[in-house]
Design a protein around this ligand. Sequence first.
Ligand SMILES: NC(=O)CCC(=O)C(=O)O
Length: 319
Amino acid sequence: MSSFPPPPAFKPFNLALIQLGQIGPDKAANLKHARDMIRKAANGEGEGAQGKPDLIVLPRWAKDRFVTLQECFNSPYGHTHFPVYAEPIEFKSGGKYNIEASQSESVKMLSEAAKSEGVWLLGGSIPERDPSNGNIYNTSTVYSPQGELVVTHRKVHLFDIDIPGKITFKESETLTGGSTTNFFDTEFARVGLGICYDVRFPELAMISARQGCQVLIYPGAFNTTTGPLHWELLQRARAIDNQVYFSMCSPARDLTAGYHAWGHSLVVDPMGSKLVEAEDGETILHTRINPKTFNDARAGIPVTTQRRFDVYLDVSKGS
Ligand SMILES: NC(=O)CCC(=O)C(=O)O
């Protein structure tokens, strides 16, 4: 039997993705720019906002607005940068994260932004330094509209790849992988978390879906080699496998940076259809998440009740 409480009733909500540009070496400037863009997203600026339709459908109750940022939004993306930009997030006391005591400028900015804009905020990810062991993680933080830090997710699968002549990247040079799966509950859905390369491991998304998540959101930063091949395909696959909404939020492409992000932030519905997709420049995307598509997908193609756990091997024993 599952040890998780049942998920909240799935209700419609508006999702905004911020595909940030202008991320450079000046962390304070990165934080300020992110803050400005969060304000714009919360005010309905960007693509597809349709004059704030949420104010009409779900009155002006900002709790139904949900804003997401990309992977590593406070620093350039690269393993040599992570230790320089890393911040501690060691503030859990009495079961609650203590924002006041936090030594992280990014956490403080994101908490203030969520509170003053009155939105749920998935703060992309930042390099996190754990003072207890000196390890550095690639960590997402999520804030309620009251500014509380409700959950963190440390990227589980590190981006270590080598495609000769195209791209070599080794996050494990400076990062340590996380060892937990994570989700959080809002008033409108249970949302599962992952970060970028985590999308290549279907097990993580499958576990989140089995834990009752109706929506999975992974801040990301694919590149111009693997992005055109796999970015969309992987998200549509995870959405269809699990009959959930799936979204990844990327940085904008900057050809003067060391890492050329693919962009193309995307939201896919449980039937695998693309709801909204960015190009490669800085932008804010808005879309409405509708439980009807989720319910119809699961009723029409009932794989969630047809699984044969009596047949499947214990896959952890495979090679
Ligand atoms: N930041 C990342 O984890 C990049 C993952 C990626 O590009 C991929 O192809 O996977």
